[in-house]
Design a binder for this molecule. Structure first.
Ligand SMILES: C[S@@+](CC[C@H](N)C(=O)[O-])C[C@H]1O[C@@H](n2cnc3c(N)ncnc32)[C@H](O)[C@@H]1O
Length: 133
């Protein structure tokens, strides 16, 4: 799911084969108000997108709502919230916010997630944060 019409169009074109086989659906929508049912999914992922979410804790609560109890949420960012390249983009892209793993972890816990684990690339600012509902 993505709220940008262009991103949805590109994702549909790239994944046309899988969509035609009924293995994938690409939907347009906003993570802050997901048009998806409660307690349904085993896994939610967010790649390179939480920088733009309108209120981390509230959006994480919305992700928690659609996950089954015990479901996993994986966040993957190429910024660890402290790297100079991403902080430069943060200054010029309106609404962008880079988060440290600790800030992400704190918001996840406030949103009801537990078992938060953080992985950081040894020499790049790439992070993965996995948590369980
Ligand atoms: C850097 S792109 C990453 C796209 C894709 N996840 C990937 O890994 O290739 C960030 C995406 O987040 C989307 N996005 C930002 N805020 C969003 C929101 N509130 N709800 C849904 N998508 C959002 C943007 O439209 C954009 O396509």
């Amino acid at each position: 799911m993505d709220y940008s019409e262009l991103s949805v169009e590109k994702a549909k074109a790239f994944n046309a084969d899988e969509i035609s086989k009924g293995r994938l659906e690409v939907k347009q929508g906003d993570v802050s108000t997901l048009d998806l049912p409660d307690g349904t999914y085993d896994l939610a992922t967010a790649f390179e997108t939480i920088y733009f979410w309108p209120g981390l804790e509230e959006c994480f609560k919305e992700v928690a709502r659609i996950l089954k109890d015990g479901g996993l949420f994986l966040i993957s960012n190429e910024s660890d919230g402290e790297d100079s390249t991403s902080l430069k983009f943060e200054k010029i892209i309106e609404g962008m916010k880079c988060y440290t793993p600790e800030q992400i972890s704190g918001a996840l816990k406030k949103a009801g997630f537990s078992e938060v684990s953080i992985a950081h690339h040894p020499n790049k600012p790439w992070i993965t944060v996995i948590s369980r509902k």
